[in-house]
Design a protein around this ligand. Structure first.
Ligand SMILES: Nc1ncnc2c1ncn2[C@@H]1O[C@H](COP(=O)(O)OP(=O)(O)OP(=O)(O)O)[C@@H](O)[C@H]1O
Ligand SMILES: [Mg+2]
Length: 296
């Protein structure tokens, strides 16, 4: 899906040479949520800019879906970005003079879509991120978390192959951060979108399928990760199944004592699975932001 080969980026300021990326060989499979983790100045944004074709490498190559973007002309790159890529920024980058729905609809303009159709799609996206009632609001009439939800709706509205996010929760509190990360994972799991998430915050990495750590422009660690998102979903499902199984089918109560062990009662295996210590209570699990009217 995304592949870099001996990728190197050197910045020159006067006589000074800064090696921002040094020999990066990375391959990210389609549908993966990949976290690039590193401290300030480690080269995260530089890497993201390379993967998105925003800057040319000093040496090496970047290919996305088999297309060598490091060799594309500016015109080809612009088209590639319109068609295949979404961005989410730390500072949201919404246009201040436009409403939420207009901001979300904007990337569709370049697709030659009619205004009515654009607004219809944008409205659906806003509902999915839980902002169906804020569509006429301007960015300065929304909280940071709400603005970032608009940012996410805008990034996914074109159904891109990859979404790049640079510190998307950098300005948000812990609770809102969790909501925003859940939204990213909701979209990725439903649509198979590859997500490259850049951050210095190890707690965000918990949501990723893979964690690539960089120090001074080099990959020092690269490992798969069990996404917290999936663990939470499994737990919520197990609790739901357990609750449902506890309710005897109608009429079963007539069987008297022992009836609850009849058909419909959980098997020993199901019971032990549901009895595992919960990551979260059922109540917490249902508090997760929903995908609105999204049908699976
Ligand atoms: N346009 C540029 N010109 C010169 N040097 C640059 C440029 N962009 C980045 N650098 C240098 O490259 C290195 C990596 O920068 P980068 O912005 O990728 O770090 P980062 O990991 O994103 O940091 P942060 O977490 O603070 O955003 C730094 O030493 C930085 O000073
Ligand atoms: Mg950065």
């Amino acid at each position: 899906m995304i592949k870099t080969t001996n990728l190197r980026k050197v910045y020159r300021i006067g006589t000074e040479k800064i090696v921002a990326l040094d020999n990066i060989n990375l391959e990210v499979e389609e549908g993966t949520v990949c976290c690039i983790l590193g401290t300030s100045g480690s080269g995260k944004s530089t890497l993201l800019n390379q993967l998105a074709g925003l800057e040319k490498p000093t040496r090496g190559e970047v290919a996305v879906r088999g297309r060598r973007i490091s060799k594309m002309t500016e015109k080809e790159l612009a088209l590639f970005r319109q068609q295949s890529i979404g961005f989410v920024f730390q500072s949201y980058n919404l246009l201040p003079g436009m409403t939420a729905i207009e901001n979300v609809a904007l990337p569709l303009t370049f697709r030659g879509m009619r205004r009515r159709e654009r607004l219809r799609l944008a409205e659906r996206m806003l509902t999915q991120v839980g902002l169906g009632d804020r569509k006429k609001h301007n960015p300065n009439e929304m909280s940071g978390g709400q603005q970032q939800r608009v940012g996410i709706a805008r990034a996914f509205v074109t159904n891109p192959a990859v979404v790049f996010a640079d510190e998307p929760t950098g300005n948000l509190d812990t609770h809102t951060t969790k909501e925003i990360m859940t939204l990213f994972l909701d979209f990725s799991r439903q649509k198979g979108t590859t997500i490259i998430l850049v951050t210095h915050d190890a707690s965000l990495a918990n949501y990723a399928d893979r964690i690539v750590t960089i120090v001074d422009g080099r990959v020092v660690d690269d490992k798969p990760n069990q996404s917290l998102y999936d663990a939470e979903r499994r737990q919520a499902d197990a609790e739901k199944a357990w609750e449902e199984d506890r309710m005897p089918p109608e009429g079963l109560a007539l069987l008297g004592p022992g009836g609850a062990e009849g058909p419909g009662a959980p098997t020993a295996g199901e019971k032990s699975q549901a009895a595992d210590p919960p990551f979260h209570t059922a109540e917490e699990a249902t508090k997760q932001p929903s995908m609105g009217g999204q049908s699976k």
